[in-house]
Design a protein around this ligand. Structure first.
Ligand code: IMP
Ligand code: MG
Length: 186
């Protein structure tokens, strides 16, 4: 366990706020005159969704979807031996709202290997939405295993394990206002 003072700030809160406001403005422009449904991926996207949604001046609904990843330990690191290539991601909570013919924005904290969002894209598309876009606060393209891109990306970051602003390590640090790098070796 690390003390908060041991964490190095990678993206400070004011930079996050500025970028989230830009993303909200972009979504507002892209969907002018339309309604949208934000679908947040539990639990990491909760803080990002609540800030982003307040920067979008459109008619909007909130929803949440839950997943658990095989091959990833409780501290979010990949387990030795890699991913289970057959059933790597499992749904733990489906959406509550009907998505058919709606504009859906899937909101995720970080796009890493891409396995989670590739799976969720398929789940949402089965609901036959009008449009499906992905908003990811962070992107670690160097770790990608599936060819997926987000439509809205906050920050592209190097291959470091980050916490704060919703992101956790073994369920801790989600409430840090800044995005910080966790020292390796815990
Ligand atoms: P993917 O399926 O590898 O793209 O995994 C995305 C999920 O892994 C995210 O929703 C996070 O829960 C977790 N994750 C990946 N990288 C990090 C990180 O640096 N910090 C915290 N969680 C991470
Ligand atoms: Mg997550």
């Amino acid at each position: 366990m690390f003390a908060v003072s041991e964490l190095r700030v990678l993206i400070p809160r004011d930079k996050i706020a500025q970028r989230v406001a830009e993303m909200g403005a972009e979504i507002t422009r892209d969907f002018q005159g339309e309604s949208i449904i934000f679908v947040g991926v539990l639990k990491g996207a909760a803080i990002f969704l609540s800030d982003l949604a307040r920067k979008v001046t459109l008619d909007a609904t909130f929803d949440f979807i839950g997943v658990s990843s095989y091959g990833r330990s409780s501290n979010n690191q990949e387990l030795k031996g890699g991913w289970d290539s057959t059933g790597e991601v499992r749904l733990t909570k489906d959406v509550d709202n009907a998505m058919v013919k709606r504009n859906v924005i899937l909101v995720e904290d970080i796009l890493d290997t891409g396995l989670t969002l590739t799976y969720l894209q398929r789940v949402i598309l089965a609901h036959q939405p009008k449009t499906l876009k992905i908003a990811a606060l962070l992107d670690k393209p160097s770790r990608r295993k599936k060819p997926i891109k987000a439509d809205y990306v906050g920050f592209t970051i190097p291959d470091e394990f980050v916490v704060g602003y919703g992101l956790d390590h073994a369920e801790r640090y989600r409430n840090l206002p800044d995005i910080c790098v966790l020292p390796s070796g815990e």
